[in-house]
Design a protein around this ligand. Structure first.
Ligand code: UT7
Length: 331
């Protein structure tokens, strides 16, 4: 009897309409298009401007895009996971609200937070639910409204991040397609280099924390960059090695979109041509939990059944890892 594997069977996406260009950022902080483009590869990012709307607004739209495109009955969805670092509220799950709004009335739902690796870790959980046989349809959404936690006077962070959401449906597969292997890591040494200091249980909000800007993302970019380059490349190499894959048998690298130079370093280490590397960072910037599913949605038409995909991500915490997945359908 064939082992049941967990395949991605549909994807969806949503990005807000408002485009924040490098030119506009030049009017906000001391930066310029040339610096941003050469150091990061980013040209523009999307910003959710709708008043009173949070991450769930985008998560719902990405899920609805998937449901409509793949003609899914939402009442058949068993689990809804929203991978996010920017939930609607600290308590009252974004995923629960999202599930109810999309009509997934028979699902249970919860949020998953592992910074920029949230979606990657979510792929591990979604696949395990399917492989176990307990659930048949797991909807994993990666969504972040990064603009809600960014200081638009801090040029070290405001040029990088953007808002967006992507969704992927995991279902059982009997042909051996879908999830194959994972190598997931984390290290608390990263806590000091990429964080929002206040608003949690250590430092609840006070007038002082607000005055000091401690509710915004702070990043020591250079340090995070170094860890990201070596770790993302290490785990990708390891996944290739232990699955007997080579640069010729890998069809796509699906890398977290934090910085074009990090993506290129990872691709170089495993010897991959740039036409096998998914990239949309120039249009969306770093959307944290949404980067991987946005790539899948943007490249869906180019993917072929049986393609070998290597996912890789690195984020705050630190959290990082790589997943090997065989694509399961042609569009
Ligand atoms: O997704 C989660 C994980 N996050 C990441 O993976 C991000 C990793 N880090 C990075 O992508 C990069 O470190 C940044 C894009 C954040 C920064 O690029 P960098 O090449 O590491 O620049 P740097 O911080 O070393 O700064 C180089 C110079 C500095 O000037 P001096 O000291 O050389 O005179 C900065 O003050 O560039 C200056 N600088 C800027 N100049 C224009 C820093 N930010 C800017 C800016 N515009 N926005």
């Amino acid at each position: 009897m064939n082992k049941t594997t967990a395949a991605i069977t549909a994807v969806g996406k949503y990005v807000p309409d408002y485009v924040l260009t490098n030119k506009e950022l030049e009017t906000m902080v001391d930066t310029n298009d040339e610096w941003i483009t050469t150091r990061t590869g980013i040209k523009e990012r999307r910003i959710l401007k709708e008043k009173g709307e949070g991450t769930s607004f985008m998560a719902i739209k990405a899920a609805e895009d998937l449901i409509q495109k793949a003609n899914i009955d939402p009442t058949e969805i068993d689990v809804v996971i929203v991978a996010t670092a920017t939930p609607d509220m600290p308590v009252a799950s974004t995923a629960v609200y999202t599930a109810t709004k999309i009509g997934a009335v028979n699902a249970f739902a919860y949020d998953l937070q592992a910074a920029c690796s949230s979606f990657l870790y979510g792929m591990s959980i979604a696949s395990s639910y399917i492989e176990s046989g307990r659930y048949k349809k797991v909807l994993l959404i990666g969504a972040d409204k990064m603009s809600s936690i960014i200081d638009y006077t801090d040029r070290a962070t405001c040029i990088i991040f953007g808002d967006g959401a992507g969704a992927a449906l995991f279902e059982p597969n009997e042909e051996g397609l879908g999830f194959q292997d994972e190598y997931l890591r984390s290290d608390g040494i990263g806590r000091d280099f990429l964080k929002i200091e206040a608003g949690g249980s250590i430092l609840p909000p006070t007038e002082e924390t607000i005055r000091e800007g401690q509710h915004y993302v702070h990043q020591e970019g250079r340090t995070v960059f170094k860890f990201a380059v070596s770790n993302m490349a290490d785990v990708s190499e390891k996944i290739l090695e232990r699955n007997n894959l080579t640069k010729d048998t890998v069809n796509w690298l699906v890398p977290h979109q934090a910085n074009k130079r990090i993506i290129e370093a990872t691709a170089n280490r495993i010897g991959l041509d740039e036409n096998k590397v998914m990239m949309n960072i120039s249009r969306y910037g770093n959307t944290t939990s949404a980067t991987l599913p946005l790539l899948l949605a943007d490249y869906e038409k180019e993917l072929k059944k049986g393609d070998n995909l290597i996912f890789a991500a690195f984020g705050g915490g630190f959290t990082w890892g790589s997943i090997y997945l065989k694509w399961a359908y042609n569009k």
